[in-house]
Design a protein around this ligand. Structure first.
Ligand SMILES: Cc1cc2nc3c(=O)[nH]c(=O)nc-3n(C[C@H](O)[C@H](O)[C@H](O)COP(=O)(O)OP(=O)(O)OC[C@H]3O[C@@H](n4cnc5c(N)ncnc54)[C@H](O)[C@@H]3O)c2cc1C
Length: 427
Protein backbone atom coordinates (compact mmCIF):
# COMPACT_ATOMS: atom_id res chain seq x y z
CA UNK A 1 0.00 0.00 0.00
CA UNK A 2 1.32 3.47 -0.92
CA UNK A 3 2.39 5.62 2.02
CA UNK A 4 -0.20 8.29 1.15
CA UNK A 5 -3.15 5.98 1.08
CA UNK A 6 -1.98 4.35 4.33
CA UNK A 7 -1.77 7.76 5.99
CA UNK A 8 -5.24 8.70 4.82
CA UNK A 9 -6.59 5.36 6.04
CA UNK A 10 -5.03 6.03 9.45
CA UNK A 11 -6.50 9.52 9.53
CA UNK A 12 -10.03 8.43 8.76
CA UNK A 13 -10.28 5.23 10.75
CA UNK A 14 -9.43 4.61 14.39
CA UNK A 15 -6.57 2.21 14.83
CA UNK A 16 -6.83 -1.18 16.50
CA UNK A 17 -4.78 -2.53 19.40
CA UNK A 18 -4.62 -6.24 20.16
CA UNK A 19 -3.78 -6.79 23.83
CA UNK A 20 -2.66 -10.16 25.18
CA UNK A 21 -3.40 -10.59 28.89
CA UNK A 22 -6.44 -9.30 30.78
CA UNK A 23 -4.77 -8.53 34.10
CA UNK A 24 -3.43 -5.20 35.41
CA UNK A 25 -1.19 -4.24 32.48
CA UNK A 26 -3.69 -5.36 29.83
CA UNK A 27 -6.65 -3.58 31.37
CA UNK A 28 -4.78 -0.34 31.98
CA UNK A 29 -3.49 -0.40 28.39
CA UNK A 30 -6.97 -1.06 27.01
CA UNK A 31 -8.57 1.70 29.08
CA UNK A 32 -5.94 4.34 28.32
CA UNK A 33 -6.12 3.53 24.59
CA UNK A 34 -9.92 3.45 24.55
CA UNK A 35 -9.94 6.96 26.01
CA UNK A 36 -7.75 8.09 23.13
CA UNK A 37 -10.08 6.73 20.49
CA UNK A 38 -8.41 3.41 19.72
CA UNK A 39 -10.33 0.23 19.07
CA UNK A 40 -9.09 -2.28 21.63
CA UNK A 41 -9.47 -6.00 22.16
CA UNK A 42 -8.09 -7.80 25.21
CA UNK A 43 -7.39 -11.53 24.84
CA UNK A 44 -7.03 -13.39 28.12
CA UNK A 45 -6.11 -17.07 28.41
CA UNK A 46 -8.22 -17.67 31.52
CA UNK A 47 -11.89 -18.08 30.62
CA UNK A 48 -13.35 -16.89 33.95
CA UNK A 49 -13.01 -13.57 35.84
CA UNK A 50 -9.48 -13.27 37.23
CA UNK A 51 -8.78 -13.47 40.94
CA UNK A 52 -5.61 -12.74 42.87
CA UNK A 53 -6.09 -15.63 45.29
CA UNK A 54 -6.36 -13.16 48.16
CA UNK A 55 -3.14 -11.31 47.36
CA UNK A 56 -2.90 -7.94 49.09
CA UNK A 57 -1.88 -4.90 47.08
CA UNK A 58 -0.47 -1.83 48.82
CA UNK A 59 -1.51 1.36 47.11
CA UNK A 60 0.32 4.59 46.27
CA UNK A 61 -0.60 8.06 45.00
CA UNK A 62 0.45 7.02 41.50
CA UNK A 63 -1.92 4.03 41.59
CA UNK A 64 -4.80 6.25 42.74
CA UNK A 65 -3.98 8.67 39.92
CA UNK A 66 -3.98 5.89 37.31
CA UNK A 67 -7.29 4.53 38.58
CA UNK A 68 -8.75 8.03 38.48
CA UNK A 69 -7.47 8.45 34.91
CA UNK A 70 -9.25 5.36 33.65
CA UNK A 71 -12.21 5.02 36.03
CA UNK A 72 -12.99 8.65 36.86
CA UNK A 73 -12.45 8.21 40.61
CA UNK A 74 -11.19 5.78 43.23
CA UNK A 75 -14.22 4.21 44.91
CA UNK A 76 -14.56 5.13 48.61
CA UNK A 77 -14.60 1.48 49.66
CA UNK A 78 -11.28 0.74 47.96
CA UNK A 79 -9.36 -0.88 50.82
CA UNK A 80 -8.25 -0.84 54.44
CA UNK A 81 -6.62 2.35 55.76
CA UNK A 82 -3.81 2.13 58.27
CA UNK A 83 -1.43 4.66 59.78
CA UNK A 84 1.50 2.94 61.45
CA UNK A 85 4.46 0.71 60.65
CA UNK A 86 6.25 -1.26 63.35
CA UNK A 87 9.22 -3.64 63.51
CA UNK A 88 9.46 -6.28 66.24
CA UNK A 89 12.38 -8.36 67.49
CA UNK A 90 12.39 -12.11 68.03
CA UNK A 91 10.60 -11.70 71.37
CA UNK A 92 7.94 -9.52 69.80
CA UNK A 93 9.22 -6.28 71.37
CA UNK A 94 8.92 -3.13 69.30
CA UNK A 95 12.28 -2.00 67.90
CA UNK A 96 10.99 0.78 65.66
CA UNK A 97 7.80 2.56 64.61
CA UNK A 98 7.00 4.94 61.77
CA UNK A 99 3.90 6.95 60.91
CA UNK A 100 2.83 6.38 57.30
CA UNK A 101 -0.79 6.50 56.10
CA UNK A 102 -1.50 3.90 53.47
CA UNK A 103 -4.38 1.95 51.98
CA UNK A 104 -4.12 -1.75 51.20
CA UNK A 105 -6.57 -3.35 48.87
CA UNK A 106 -6.87 -6.76 47.31
CA UNK A 107 -5.69 -7.74 43.85
CA UNK A 108 -9.21 -8.94 43.05
CA UNK A 109 -10.79 -5.63 44.08
CA UNK A 110 -8.47 -3.68 41.82
CA UNK A 111 -9.04 -6.05 38.92
CA UNK A 112 -12.81 -5.76 39.31
CA UNK A 113 -12.64 -1.96 39.25
CA UNK A 114 -10.59 -1.96 36.03
CA UNK A 115 -12.56 -4.73 34.37
CA UNK A 116 -15.80 -2.90 35.23
CA UNK A 117 -14.64 0.02 33.07
CA UNK A 118 -14.08 -2.07 29.96
CA UNK A 119 -17.22 -2.98 27.97
CA UNK A 120 -17.62 -6.75 27.60
CA UNK A 121 -17.33 -6.53 23.81
CA UNK A 122 -13.64 -5.61 24.25
CA UNK A 123 -12.68 -8.46 26.61
CA UNK A 124 -12.29 -12.01 25.31
CA UNK A 125 -11.65 -14.73 27.89
CA UNK A 126 -10.43 -18.22 27.02
CA UNK A 127 -8.15 -16.94 24.22
CA UNK A 128 -4.68 -18.45 24.44
CA UNK A 129 -2.20 -16.45 22.36
CA UNK A 130 0.33 -18.59 20.49
CA UNK A 131 2.32 -16.40 18.04
CA UNK A 132 2.37 -13.23 16.00
CA UNK A 133 3.45 -12.20 12.53
CA UNK A 134 3.95 -8.62 11.48
CA UNK A 135 4.41 -6.60 8.31
CA UNK A 136 4.74 -2.93 7.50
CA UNK A 137 0.94 -2.70 7.44
CA UNK A 138 -0.13 -4.55 10.56
CA UNK A 139 0.28 -7.38 13.02
CA UNK A 140 -1.63 -10.66 13.17
CA UNK A 141 -1.97 -12.85 16.23
CA UNK A 142 -2.82 -16.55 16.29
CA UNK A 143 -4.62 -18.29 19.14
CA UNK A 144 -4.55 -21.90 20.28
CA UNK A 145 -8.18 -22.38 19.14
CA UNK A 146 -7.08 -21.76 15.53
CA UNK A 147 -8.52 -18.25 15.28
CA UNK A 148 -6.53 -15.13 14.43
CA UNK A 149 -6.91 -11.34 14.58
CA UNK A 150 -5.18 -8.46 12.84
CA UNK A 151 -4.53 -4.98 14.19
CA UNK A 152 -2.16 -2.02 14.08
CA UNK A 153 -0.27 -2.81 17.27
CA UNK A 154 0.18 -5.84 19.54
CA UNK A 155 0.62 -5.27 23.27
CA UNK A 156 2.07 -8.15 25.29
CA UNK A 157 0.61 -7.77 28.79
CA UNK A 158 0.87 -11.48 29.45
CA UNK A 159 2.90 -11.45 32.65
CA UNK A 160 6.32 -12.64 33.70
CA UNK A 161 6.22 -15.80 31.56
CA UNK A 162 5.05 -13.77 28.55
CA UNK A 163 4.60 -15.77 25.36
CA UNK A 164 4.76 -12.50 23.39
CA UNK A 165 8.18 -11.78 24.94
CA UNK A 166 9.24 -15.34 24.18
CA UNK A 167 8.95 -14.46 20.50
CA UNK A 168 10.11 -10.83 20.72
CA UNK A 169 13.15 -11.39 22.93
CA UNK A 170 13.65 -15.15 23.49
CA UNK A 171 16.86 -14.66 25.46
CA UNK A 172 15.08 -12.71 28.19
CA UNK A 173 13.99 -15.16 30.89
CA UNK A 174 12.97 -14.57 34.50
CA UNK A 175 15.89 -15.32 36.84
CA UNK A 176 15.04 -16.99 40.15
CA UNK A 177 16.21 -14.74 42.99
CA UNK A 178 17.00 -17.63 45.36
CA UNK A 179 14.12 -17.07 47.74
CA UNK A 180 10.39 -17.55 48.01
CA UNK A 181 7.52 -15.79 49.71
CA UNK A 182 5.23 -17.96 51.82
CA UNK A 183 2.04 -15.92 51.70
CA UNK A 184 -1.11 -16.39 53.70
CA UNK A 185 -4.31 -14.76 54.88
CA UNK A 186 -5.51 -14.66 58.47
CA UNK A 187 -9.12 -13.88 59.33
CA UNK A 188 -9.29 -10.81 61.52
CA UNK A 189 -11.91 -12.39 63.78
CA UNK A 190 -9.67 -15.42 64.38
CA UNK A 191 -6.90 -13.34 65.96
CA UNK A 192 -6.88 -13.33 69.74
CA UNK A 193 -8.46 -9.92 70.75
CA UNK A 194 -5.36 -8.35 72.37
CA UNK A 195 -3.21 -9.45 69.41
CA UNK A 196 -5.77 -8.08 67.00
CA UNK A 197 -5.73 -4.77 68.88
CA UNK A 198 -1.90 -4.67 68.80
CA UNK A 199 -1.22 -5.55 65.17
CA UNK A 200 -4.23 -5.60 62.90
CA UNK A 201 -4.25 -2.02 61.65
CA UNK A 202 -0.48 -1.87 61.20
CA UNK A 203 2.16 -2.77 58.66
CA UNK A 204 4.32 -5.08 60.80
CA UNK A 205 7.90 -6.20 60.10
CA UNK A 206 10.34 -8.73 61.51
CA UNK A 207 13.91 -9.36 60.35
CA UNK A 208 15.23 -12.83 61.15
CA UNK A 209 18.79 -13.54 59.93
CA UNK A 210 18.64 -13.82 56.12
CA UNK A 211 14.85 -13.62 56.05
CA UNK A 212 12.01 -11.12 56.24
CA UNK A 213 8.45 -11.34 57.56
CA UNK A 214 5.76 -8.72 56.96
CA UNK A 215 2.04 -8.43 57.66
CA UNK A 216 -0.63 -5.86 56.84
CA UNK A 217 -4.44 -5.65 56.72
CA UNK A 218 -6.44 -6.18 53.53
CA UNK A 219 -10.10 -6.58 52.65
CA UNK A 220 -11.80 -9.84 53.58
CA UNK A 221 -13.68 -12.30 51.38
CA UNK A 222 -15.69 -10.56 48.62
CA UNK A 223 -13.87 -7.31 49.47
CA UNK A 224 -15.51 -7.11 52.87
CA UNK A 225 -14.13 -4.03 54.66
CA UNK A 226 -16.21 -4.31 57.85
CA UNK A 227 -14.16 -4.54 61.06
CA UNK A 228 -14.04 -8.18 62.09
CA UNK A 229 -14.45 -9.40 58.51
CA UNK A 230 -11.11 -8.30 57.06
CA UNK A 231 -7.89 -10.29 56.60
CA UNK A 232 -4.29 -9.86 57.71
CA UNK A 233 -1.97 -10.61 54.80
CA UNK A 234 1.35 -12.20 55.81
CA UNK A 235 4.47 -12.79 53.72
CA UNK A 236 7.56 -14.64 54.86
CA UNK A 237 10.54 -14.34 52.52
CA UNK A 238 12.88 -17.32 52.95
CA UNK A 239 16.03 -18.36 51.08
CA UNK A 240 15.30 -21.54 49.14
CA UNK A 241 17.79 -23.02 46.70
CA UNK A 242 16.76 -24.30 43.28
CA UNK A 243 16.79 -27.97 44.39
CA UNK A 244 14.65 -27.19 47.41
CA UNK A 245 12.25 -25.21 45.22
CA UNK A 246 11.92 -28.20 42.93
CA UNK A 247 10.91 -30.35 45.91
CA UNK A 248 8.38 -27.74 47.07
CA UNK A 249 6.91 -27.67 43.56
CA UNK A 250 6.37 -31.45 43.60
CA UNK A 251 2.98 -32.63 44.83
CA UNK A 252 2.21 -35.76 46.85
CA UNK A 253 1.65 -37.82 43.69
CA UNK A 254 5.23 -37.01 42.61
CA UNK A 255 4.18 -34.58 39.88
CA UNK A 256 6.48 -31.60 39.43
CA UNK A 257 4.85 -28.21 38.64
CA UNK A 258 7.67 -26.18 37.07
CA UNK A 259 5.56 -23.06 36.56
CA UNK A 260 4.28 -22.94 40.14
CA UNK A 261 2.32 -25.28 42.33
CA UNK A 262 -1.40 -24.59 42.92
CA UNK A 263 -1.76 -23.96 46.68
CA UNK A 264 -4.04 -26.97 47.38
CA UNK A 265 -1.38 -29.28 45.91
CA UNK A 266 1.47 -28.14 48.17
CA UNK A 267 2.51 -31.22 50.10
CA UNK A 268 1.22 -31.29 53.68
CA UNK A 269 4.74 -32.08 54.91
CA UNK A 270 6.04 -28.72 53.67
CA UNK A 271 3.14 -26.82 55.20
CA UNK A 272 3.70 -28.64 58.51
CA UNK A 273 7.42 -27.75 58.32
CA UNK A 274 6.56 -24.10 57.66
CA UNK A 275 4.23 -24.02 60.64
CA UNK A 276 6.82 -25.70 62.84
CA UNK A 277 9.43 -23.11 61.80
CA UNK A 278 6.91 -20.35 62.48
CA UNK A 279 6.96 -21.41 66.14
CA UNK A 280 10.30 -19.55 66.31
CA UNK A 281 8.82 -16.28 65.06
CA UNK A 282 7.78 -13.41 67.36
CA UNK A 283 4.32 -13.98 68.90
CA UNK A 284 2.63 -11.64 66.42
CA UNK A 285 3.71 -13.68 63.41
CA UNK A 286 3.68 -17.03 65.25
CA UNK A 287 -0.05 -16.63 65.87
CA UNK A 288 -0.66 -15.40 62.35
CA UNK A 289 1.06 -18.36 60.66
CA UNK A 290 -0.69 -20.82 62.99
CA UNK A 291 -3.99 -19.42 61.68
CA UNK A 292 -3.13 -19.55 57.97
CA UNK A 293 -5.11 -22.45 56.57
CA UNK A 294 -3.77 -22.46 53.01
CA UNK A 295 -0.29 -20.99 52.50
CA UNK A 296 0.65 -19.87 48.99
CA UNK A 297 4.17 -20.45 47.71
CA UNK A 298 5.54 -17.68 45.50
CA UNK A 299 9.09 -17.85 44.12
CA UNK A 300 10.68 -14.45 43.56
CA UNK A 301 12.15 -13.54 40.16
CA UNK A 302 14.01 -10.73 38.39
CA UNK A 303 13.52 -9.92 34.74
CA UNK A 304 15.33 -7.27 32.74
CA UNK A 305 14.97 -7.72 28.95
CA UNK A 306 17.21 -5.90 26.51
CA UNK A 307 14.20 -4.84 24.42
CA UNK A 308 10.58 -3.92 25.15
CA UNK A 309 9.49 -3.43 21.55
CA UNK A 310 9.96 -4.81 18.08
CA UNK A 311 8.25 -3.15 15.12
CA UNK A 312 4.55 -3.14 15.99
CA UNK A 313 4.87 -5.22 19.16
CA UNK A 314 5.37 -3.83 22.68
CA UNK A 315 5.58 -5.30 26.17
CA UNK A 316 4.04 -3.77 29.30
CA UNK A 317 3.96 -4.63 33.01
CA UNK A 318 5.49 -7.89 34.19
CA UNK A 319 5.88 -9.09 30.59
CA UNK A 320 8.54 -6.37 30.29
CA UNK A 321 10.26 -5.99 33.66
CA UNK A 322 9.72 -7.95 36.86
CA UNK A 323 10.90 -6.35 40.08
CA UNK A 324 10.95 -8.26 43.36
CA UNK A 325 7.82 -7.43 45.33
CA UNK A 326 9.50 -5.41 48.13
CA UNK A 327 8.57 -2.12 46.50
CA UNK A 328 4.95 -3.14 46.03
CA UNK A 329 5.17 -1.29 42.74
CA UNK A 330 4.24 -3.83 40.08
CA UNK A 331 0.79 -2.39 39.45
CA UNK A 332 2.05 1.21 39.30
CA UNK A 333 4.76 0.13 36.86
CA UNK A 334 2.18 -1.66 34.67
CA UNK A 335 -0.17 1.35 34.77
CA UNK A 336 2.59 3.81 33.89
CA UNK A 337 3.82 1.58 31.04
CA UNK A 338 0.25 1.54 29.73
CA UNK A 339 -0.18 5.30 30.02
CA UNK A 340 3.11 6.03 28.25
CA UNK A 341 2.31 3.54 25.50
CA UNK A 342 -1.14 5.02 24.86
CA UNK A 343 0.30 8.55 24.87
CA UNK A 344 3.10 7.66 22.45
CA UNK A 345 0.79 5.67 20.15
CA UNK A 346 -1.61 8.56 20.04
CA UNK A 347 1.13 10.87 18.84
CA UNK A 348 0.72 13.42 21.61
CA UNK A 349 4.34 14.41 21.31
CA UNK A 350 3.71 15.36 17.69
CA UNK A 351 0.60 17.30 18.68
CA UNK A 352 -1.78 15.22 16.58
CA UNK A 353 -3.60 12.88 18.96
CA UNK A 354 -4.92 9.70 17.45
CA UNK A 355 -3.61 10.00 13.94
CA UNK A 356 -0.55 10.05 11.82
CA UNK A 357 2.31 8.75 13.96
CA UNK A 358 3.78 5.51 12.66
CA UNK A 359 3.37 2.69 15.19
CA UNK A 360 7.06 1.57 15.14
CA UNK A 361 8.16 5.17 15.81
CA UNK A 362 5.71 5.48 18.67
CA UNK A 363 6.92 2.20 20.16
CA UNK A 364 10.56 3.24 19.89
CA UNK A 365 9.70 6.41 21.83
CA UNK A 366 7.81 4.30 24.38
CA UNK A 367 10.82 2.05 24.91
CA UNK A 368 13.18 5.00 25.29
CA UNK A 369 10.90 6.41 27.97
CA UNK A 370 10.09 3.27 29.93
CA UNK A 371 13.12 1.00 29.72
CA UNK A 372 15.41 3.06 31.98
CA UNK A 373 12.61 3.25 34.54
CA UNK A 374 12.00 -0.48 34.45
CA UNK A 375 15.70 -1.03 35.12
CA UNK A 376 15.62 1.26 38.15
CA UNK A 377 12.64 -0.67 39.58
CA UNK A 378 14.40 -4.00 39.15
CA UNK A 379 17.77 -2.88 40.55
CA UNK A 380 16.37 -1.17 43.61
CA UNK A 381 14.08 -4.08 44.45
CA UNK A 382 17.16 -6.35 44.18
CA UNK A 383 18.96 -4.17 46.70
CA UNK A 384 16.04 -4.33 49.11
CA UNK A 385 16.01 -8.11 48.92
CA UNK A 386 19.78 -8.56 48.88
CA UNK A 387 20.07 -9.78 52.48
CA UNK A 388 17.46 -12.53 51.98
CA UNK A 389 19.92 -15.36 51.50
CA UNK A 390 22.01 -17.92 53.34
CA UNK A 391 25.59 -16.77 53.61
CA UNK A 392 27.57 -14.17 51.68
CA UNK A 393 30.57 -14.49 49.37
CA UNK A 394 32.45 -11.78 51.30
CA UNK A 395 32.17 -9.44 54.26
CA UNK A 396 31.81 -6.51 51.84
CA UNK A 397 28.83 -8.19 50.22
CA UNK A 398 27.29 -8.80 53.63
CA UNK A 399 27.86 -5.18 54.70
CA UNK A 400 26.24 -3.88 51.49
CA UNK A 401 23.19 -6.09 52.02
CA UNK A 402 22.91 -5.31 55.74
CA UNK A 403 22.36 -1.62 54.94
CA UNK A 404 18.85 -2.66 53.91
CA UNK A 405 18.29 -4.78 57.02
CA UNK A 406 17.61 -2.06 59.56
CA UNK A 407 14.12 -1.33 60.88
CA UNK A 408 14.38 2.21 59.52
CA UNK A 409 15.42 1.14 56.01
CA UNK A 410 12.79 -1.57 55.90
CA UNK A 411 9.95 0.60 57.14
CA UNK A 412 10.80 3.58 54.95
CA UNK A 413 11.27 1.58 51.74
CA UNK A 414 8.99 -1.47 51.77
CA UNK A 415 5.87 -1.00 49.65
CA UNK A 416 6.59 2.73 49.32
CA UNK A 417 7.49 4.79 46.28
CA UNK A 418 9.56 7.63 47.80
CA UNK A 419 12.93 6.33 46.64
CA UNK A 420 11.61 5.61 43.13
CA UNK A 421 10.15 9.11 42.92
CA UNK A 422 13.46 10.67 43.93
CA UNK A 423 15.31 8.44 41.41
CA UNK A 424 13.02 9.64 38.59
CA UNK A 425 11.58 6.17 38.00
CA UNK A 426 7.96 7.33 38.23
CA UNK A 427 5.92 9.52 35.87
C1 LIG B 1 4.29 -11.82 46.49
C2 LIG B 1 3.92 -10.66 45.60
C3 LIG B 1 3.37 -9.50 46.15
C4 LIG B 1 3.06 -8.41 45.34
N1 LIG B 1 2.55 -7.30 45.93
C5 LIG B 1 2.28 -6.21 45.17
C6 LIG B 1 1.78 -4.99 45.76
O1 LIG B 1 1.58 -4.89 46.98
N2 LIG B 1 1.55 -3.93 44.93
C7 LIG B 1 1.77 -4.00 43.58
O2 LIG B 1 1.58 -3.02 42.87
N3 LIG B 1 2.22 -5.14 42.98
C8 LIG B 1 2.48 -6.23 43.74
N4 LIG B 1 2.95 -7.37 43.13
C9 LIG B 1 3.18 -7.38 41.68
C10 LIG B 1 1.88 -7.39 40.83
O3 LIG B 1 1.03 -8.46 41.25
C11 LIG B 1 2.26 -7.55 39.36
O4 LIG B 1 3.28 -6.62 39.04
C12 LIG B 1 1.07 -7.27 38.43
O5 LIG B 1 0.05 -8.21 38.66
C13 LIG B 1 1.52 -7.38 36.96
O6 LIG B 1 0.44 -7.27 36.11
P1 LIG B 1 0.56 -7.75 34.59
O7 LIG B 1 -0.78 -7.46 33.99
O8 LIG B 1 1.75 -7.16 33.97
O9 LIG B 1 0.83 -9.31 34.63
P2 LIG B 1 -0.03 -10.51 35.29
O10 LIG B 1 -0.82 -10.01 36.46
O11 LIG B 1 0.92 -11.60 35.49
O12 LIG B 1 -1.06 -10.88 34.15
C14 LIG B 1 -0.73 -11.52 32.95
C15 LIG B 1 -2.02 -12.04 32.32
O13 LIG B 1 -1.74 -12.59 31.04
C16 LIG B 1 -2.45 -13.80 30.87
N5 LIG B 1 -1.72 -14.61 29.89
C17 LIG B 1 -0.50 -15.19 30.03
N6 LIG B 1 -0.14 -15.84 28.92
C18 LIG B 1 -1.17 -15.66 28.02
C19 LIG B 1 -1.40 -16.09 26.68
N7 LIG B 1 -0.50 -16.85 26.03
N8 LIG B 1 -2.55 -15.72 26.07
C20 LIG B 1 -3.48 -14.97 26.72
N9 LIG B 1 -3.31 -14.54 28.00
C21 LIG B 1 -2.17 -14.87 28.64
C22 LIG B 1 -2.44 -14.41 32.26
O14 LIG B 1 -3.46 -15.38 32.40
C23 LIG B 1 -2.64 -13.18 33.14
O15 LIG B 1 -3.99 -12.90 33.37
C24 LIG B 1 3.27 -8.46 43.94
C25 LIG B 1 3.79 -9.63 43.36
C26 LIG B 1 4.13 -10.71 44.19
C27 LIG B 1 4.73 -11.94 43.55
Amino acid sequence: MAADSRASRMATKSRRALIIGGSMGGLFAALYLLKRGWRVDVYERIPVPLSGRGAGITTHDEMMRAITDVAGAVPPDFGVDFEWRETVDAAGRSIGTMHRSQVATSWTRLWQILRGQLPDAHYHGGKDFVRYTQSTDGVTVAFADGSSETGDVLIGADGFRSVVRGQLEPAALPVYAGYVAWRGLVEEAALEPSMREAIFLKFMFHLPEGEQVIGYPVAGADNDLRPGHRHWNVLWYRPTDAEELKRLFTDDTGRYHPLGIPPPLISRKYIDALKADAEQLPPQFREAYALVSQPILQPIYDLEPARMVSGRVALVGDAAFVARPHLGGGVVKAAQDAEALARRLSGDAAGSPGHGIAVPDALAAYEAERQPRGRIFVRHAQELGSYIRRGFASEDERAAAEKFRTPHSLMSETALMDWLRSAGALS
